[in-house]
Design a protein around this ligand. Sequence first.
Ligand SMILES: CC(C)(COP(=O)(O)OP(=O)(O)OC[C@H]1O[C@@H](n2cnc3c(N)ncnc32)[C@H](O)[C@@H]1OP(=O)(O)O)[C@@H](O)C(=O)NCCC(=O)NCCS
Length: 145
Amino acid sequence: MELDNIKYFPPELCEEMTKFSREPMIRAVMLPKATNALGFIFGGVILSEFDLAASEEAMAVAGRRVVTKLIKEVDFVAPVQVGDWVSYYARTLSTGRTSVTVEVLVVAHRGVGRDRLYKVARGEAVFVAVDDEGYPAPLLNASKS
Ligand SMILES: CC(C)(COP(=O)(O)OP(=O)(O)OC[C@H]1O[C@@H](n2cnc3c(N)ncnc32)[C@H](O)[C@@H]1OP(=O)(O)O)[C@@H](O)C(=O)NCCC(=O)NCCS
């Protein structure tokens, strides 16, 4: 991200983003079809992308298929608006024998220049690695505990 051109970027968000890799796991532009009755983006849409981003991180760490066990402590910090470009940053917090706990930070890039950044949500999710029958199976690439 070119910081020189950014017009709004709260220092606490800047600091929080340093914990994640520079590239988001997922990015999507929000269209009117995703709005709720208030005209903002429906939380379920954000949650769906949140789950996808987190599962990609968990699958990379697990080295095998994973399923979502738990989505917890999702804090919708600020509304997402139509036209926002939304980034989902994901990182592994911990691993167990079969589970991976992932943190996701959701950031909206607003404006034509995508030069105003807002923290819109943050949360954690637990994934369980599974075998072909869907039973818990050991992680193959575990590195964090
Ligand atoms: C995920 C699933 C296979 C786990 O089965 P389970 O019998 O709960 O498995 P276990 O009790 O052996 O637990 C597996 C791991 O999950 C962890 N876990 C289970 N419940 C947990 C919870 N509430 N919070 C955090 N971790 C949890 C366990 O600690 C264990 O981790 P570890 O091996 O790293 O120590 C099973 O619950 C399932 O198939 N759920 C549906 C998944 C799904 O379809 N998700 C999509 C959304 S609909």
